[in-house]
Design a protein around this ligand. Structure first.
Ligand code: AMP
Ligand code: MG
Length: 358
């Protein structure tokens, strides 16, 4: 039998928690520890230890070509992970770190191939949760930390989500309650001129442009990369990602829901809508996420709740196509198939089989 993964609570602002010391010992000896950040829970390993980093890919069932974000406790350690530190990086780091912005830069020699899927670049950021930075400081090395879920599944915003997916596959879970921001970081490629957003997130293109004093290329919803092969510049942009197991479909504001098969139980998530939206439906579970900040914080929890409910399918009413909703629309597109009138969606992938990308 696989031993259960222990979960240790850390109280808010307890930077001397014994659990942090235990986690640091595990990480220094090549172990895997899930820890809270402001975005989602990360699955950490010593980024300078190739064997430890390989264990992340095995535990998640993640394709080896999908690069990991490296987490530092401050600018000094982040700079040791990269070979160049342009003025733009310095400006953005001082403005947005600690915070949900990942900067892609040429990697330094301390970052092994396995972290970046062989790329010459690495994504680095400094997380806003003080306990996460305290953990990195105790380890004394940068931590590679993708979201702490099985590859392609819903990202974890609570320790319970991590445990549901990775119990018995990792060494320890640190629990500091639900994450504050709830969506993965914005990924910005600073090796392109002008810089390009590879993954939209909590920090918007406008905020980055304002800090830099010039515009950046926004992420494009059409840059959907179908396969996780080496050609994919940024695999987080794959068409199917962040998806629940229950078939999920989306409809745009004002669009009518497709007919449900007789007897099918429906869960409904209305994002950026009003209570009267879709009030004609009789779902077994309905979740309303009316404003962008609350929606970002609770979106993955809502998807987890629908996925573990008795519903046979999930219907998501998309938020309007407006700037505050860009990152949320991006994640919802990747979590769903568009509704096709009269057709129930099929299962699109097997989360136990990393080869089953659509
Ligand atoms: P996750 O850690 O699961 O949030 O995923 C990290 C995502 O960040 C990847 O899937 C990529 O989209 C992006 N990323 C990380 N490092 C790089 C890099 N060196 N070049 C391009 N994209 C990157
Ligand atoms: Mg992820």
């Amino acid at each position: 039998m696989i031993p259960a993964t222990p979960i240790r609570s850390i109280a808010l602002d307890d930077l001397d928690a014994p659990a942090l010391a235990e986690a640091a010992v595990l990480l220094r000896s090549g172990g895997l520890v899930a820890f809270p950040t402001e975005t989602v829970y990360g699955l950490g390993a010593d980024a300078t230890n190739p064997a430890a980093v390989s264990r992340i890919f095995a535990a998640k069932g993640r394709p080896p070509t999908n690069p990991l974000i490296v987490h530092a406790d401050g600018i000094d350690l982040a700079r040791r992970c990269v070979a160049e530190w342009p003025k733009s990086a310095d400006l953005l780091a001082r403005r947005f770190w600690p915070g949900p912005l990942t900067l892609v830069l040429p990697r330094s020699r301390i970052i092994p191939d396995v972290v970046t899927g062989g790329r010459a670049t690495v994504g680095v950021r400094v997380p806003a949760v003080a306990e996460a930075r305290a953990l990195i400081a105790r380890v004394g090395r940068p931590l590679a930390a993708p979201s702490a879920n099985r590859s392609n599944g819903i990202s974890p915003t609570r320790a319970e989500h991590v445990s549901q997916d990775l119990n018995g596959r990792i060494d320890l879970i640190l629990d500091a309650g639900p994450t504050a921001v709830g969506l993965e970081s914005t990924v910005l490629d600073l090796t392109s001129d002008p810089p390009r957003i590879l993954r939209p997130g909590p920090i918007t293109a406008d905020e980055i442009a304002e800090a830099l004093g010039f515009p950046v290329l926004p992420s494009s919803p059409t840059v959907a990369i179908a396969s996780p092969g080496p050609a994919a510049a940024s695999p987080g942009l794959m068409a199917v990602h962040y998806a629940p197991r229950t078939p999920a479909i989306r409809i745009e504001p004002g669009e009518s829901p497709p007919p449900s098969p007789t007897g099918a139980l429906l869960a409904v998530i209305v994002v950026g809508g009003e209570p009267r939206d879709l009030s004609e439906l009789e779902p077994c579970l309905r979740i309303d996420l009316p404003d962008p900040v609350a929606a970002s914080k609770s979106l993955y929890d809502a998807l987890h709740r629908c996925d573990s409910s008795e519903a046979d399918r999930i219907l998501i009413r998309m938020p309007p196509d407006l700037p505050p909703w860009v990152a949320i629309r991006d994640r919802l597109r990747r979590a769903t198939a568009p509704a096709e009138p009269g057709r129930a969606p099929g299962i699109r992938y097997d989360r136990e089989d990393p080869r089953s990308y659509r």
